[in-house]
Design a protein around this ligand. Structure first.
Ligand SMILES: Cc1cc2nc3c(=O)[nH]c(=O)nc-3n(C[C@H](O)[C@H](O)[C@H](O)COP(=O)(O)OP(=O)(O)OC[C@H]3O[C@@H](n4cnc5c(N)ncnc54)[C@H](O)[C@@H]3O)c2cc1C
Length: 315
């Protein structure tokens, strides 16, 4: 990219902390070695907990106009990387058309975390337990990375390379997540297994995007899984389900297919077998809720609270 900001890098005053008020300043600071900080809920909290020290140079991006916007651009919706979870869970466009993402944002941390924590920070921390990841996958998002050298669009699968790692270079700022328009009779949902109702990281989770045909049968299905592999997993081999009604048999098949593709680890929070089983349960709940939304049923955001996920009698 022939970007005038590139010329500024040499003269950029390498301050330990820069508050950027435009993208070019942020990119110049990053080219000089600064790490971006948006809400700081990963970066600062992680440093305080002793996980990793704060970088010696930081550039705050939360005041850059445009990065905190949700806008419709022709057939696409552009979510700026500094859009907060609080905005995602209430934004009319996101709740209406990309409901799985609103479900996920509504589950992040506490109101304090959601008020400052951002979509870009969630995506760029590369955690396999990130809540917005599976919704972005099933909704067909592309991640926009910008540096002084230009702009590139990566699919989530291209971006996330392992637990806590991404394909972004250190001078690349995530500027947006770009979502394609949604067809008629589409619905989506995200559900997660949680041991408590706030300040919890997903034990496992699943997101589904469903499109129904005129007769209410499945026309398209996409499912992705949270916290069961080194990165978010997109479930494959779902084509066999297309054309069928979304009934108990289909949901049972969804659970079986999803569980079979999980490759979880055992840790303090759950054993691998338990994760493999419960991610199937989450997948069937996500498909069920996504299909009901596609059929026009109102299920409030987030599904976890609206449906009381965790009740044993729930299918
Ligand atoms: C109490 C608590 C509860 C939490 N609960 C959840 C939860 O339930 N679910 C969940 O998914 N997460 C949770 N988190 C993690 C965190 O809140 C989210 O990941 C949040 O979205 C991070 O956004 P941020 O803006 O605060 O990121 P920051 O801390 O500012 O940044 C995180 C990382 O991303 C980089 N970064 C930030 N923005 C960009 C950008 N635009 N381009 C390139 N790199 C960037 C930073 O350099 C840093 O490495 C929780 C955190 C806390 C403290």
């Amino acid at each position: 990219m022939n970007n005038p900001a590139a010329a500024d890098t040499a003269s950029y005053n390498a301050a330990p902390f820069t508050i950027a008020d435009n993208v070019d300043t942020a990119l110049a600071a990053m080219a000089a070695g600064a790490r971006p900080i948006a809400g700081g809920t990963d970066l600062v909290v992680g440093a305080r907990q002793g996980k990793s020290p704060l970088p010696t140079m930081l550039v705050a991006i939360d005041r850059v106009p445009g990065l905190a916007e949700v806008r419709v651009d022709e057939e696409r919706v552009v979510l700026g990387s500094a859009v907060t979870h609080a905005r995602l869970m209430t934004d009319e466009i996101v709740v209406g058309d990309y409901t799985a993402l609103a479900d996920a944002a509504a589950l992040v941390g506490s109101p304090a975390t959601r008020n400052v924590g951002t979509l870009g920070g969630n995506v760029m921390n590369g955690s396999p337990a990130m809540d917005t990841g599976a919704p972005l996958v099933v909704l067909g998002a592309m991640i926009e990375l910008t540096s002084q050298n230009g702009v590139r669009l990566l699919s989530p699968a291209e971006l996330w390379t392992g637990p806590g790692t991404t394909a972004a270079t250190s001078d690349e700022l995530c500027t947006a997540c770009i979502l394609p328009g949604r067809p008629e009779r589409s619905g989506s949902a995200y559900v997660r297994l949680e041991y408590r109702r706030a300040m919890e990281i997903a034990v496992v989770g699943a997101s589904a995007s469903v499109r129904l045909d005129d007769s209410g049968h499945l026309e398209h299905l996409s499912v992705a899984l949270t916290a069961v592999a080194p990165t978010i997993v997109e479930v494959h081999s779902l084509e066999e389900l297309v054309g069928r009604p979304v009934d108990e048999r289909l949901l049972t098949d969804v659970a079986r297919i999803a569980s079979s593709q999980a490759q979880p680890i055992s840790d303090l929070r759950a054993g691998a077998d338990y994760r493999s089983h419960t991610v199937g349960v989450m997948a069937r709940r996500a498909v069920d809720a996504g299909a009901r939304r596609a059929a026009g049923q109102h299920i409030a955001v987030p599904v976890n609270r609206a449906e009381g996920v965790g009740r044993t009698e729930q299918r």
